[in-house]
Design a protein around this ligand. Sequence first.
Ligand SMILES: C[S@@+](CC[C@H](N)C(=O)[O-])C[C@H]1O[C@@H](n2cnc3c(N)ncnc32)[C@H](O)[C@@H]1O
Length: 303
Amino acid sequence: MDLTKNTEEKNKSTPIAAHTPVLLNETIRALDPQPGEFFVDGTAGEAGHMRAILEKIGPNGKYLAIDWNKKNVERLAREFADDSRVTVLNMNFADIPEALRGKKADGLLLDLGFSSGELESGRGFSFQKDEPLLMTYSDDQEPLYKILKRLSEKEIFEILKLTGERYSRPMAKAIFRAERRSPIKTTGELVEVLKKAVPRKYEYGRLNLGTRAFLGFRIYVNRELDNLKDILEAIPEIIVSKGRVAVITFQSLEDKTVKEIFKKQAKEGKAELLYPKPIDPSLQEIRSNPRSRSAKLRAIRVI
Ligand SMILES: C[S@@+](CC[C@H](N)C(=O)[O-])C[C@H]1O[C@@H](n2cnc3c(N)ncnc32)[C@H](O)[C@@H]1O
């Protein structure tokens, strides 16, 4: 699997500033929000896409903004406190069907992964910082430093291998042993263990040594692929006929999941693919927002 083509932290020197919405125009085109429509945003984050959609749905539209991260939700609730169209909920997007209680939306947006703000928020998402080893979006989830205490070497190996990490076996062995000696509590400690487990030249390769390992742990801790599958499979029960769904991914495991589920729904006559291939950011967007370089947009219209 080539994660170098679609990997969130590929650009080692990317400066992280305020969150810039990725593939914004392309996403709006795919979702085609109309005045008065009801949209669900499963990853509202810093409201970049949200503001643009709100403009299109106008004064009679409705918007359900969801995020797993409490801080993001608090910020959204403050910003949109006076906007009666907006409801903000702190939850996992996998639980959207329960939150909607039978109501259907005209559109759904998922812009996966973490926001620029979250990378800076001390949640342990970045291997370039020394922070508590959480890797969770929500404080209600069990952090990685606790999970590591009970994982076997084989389980760690499976987590790392999923991302195509070449040194999964020595890395898993090193993490397991280090954890038994003295529990790994920070991202800095984890990176030190990884460094010792791989040949020195690997550390300076094109992909940073922590890229795949951190991605594997983040997927595992947050059950990211399961959450994604759950919500995508629920599309027929939560989106109206002719409703639109757009998903932006930043790594190939997620993109593959979206591709397969959308393809299956199209084959079963439940949806129509809006594009035969994923939409990539333009060179201009990549230049102005390097974080966008691994993004891919896929979209469907429900039949
Ligand atoms: C890439 S950011 C979204 C940015 C947003 N579209 C914007 O323009 O500001 C992804 C957001 O999804 C949230 N998130 C990740 N997984 C989630 C999940 N399973 N359920 C709900 N929110 C999730 C993260 O906390 C983060 O705020």
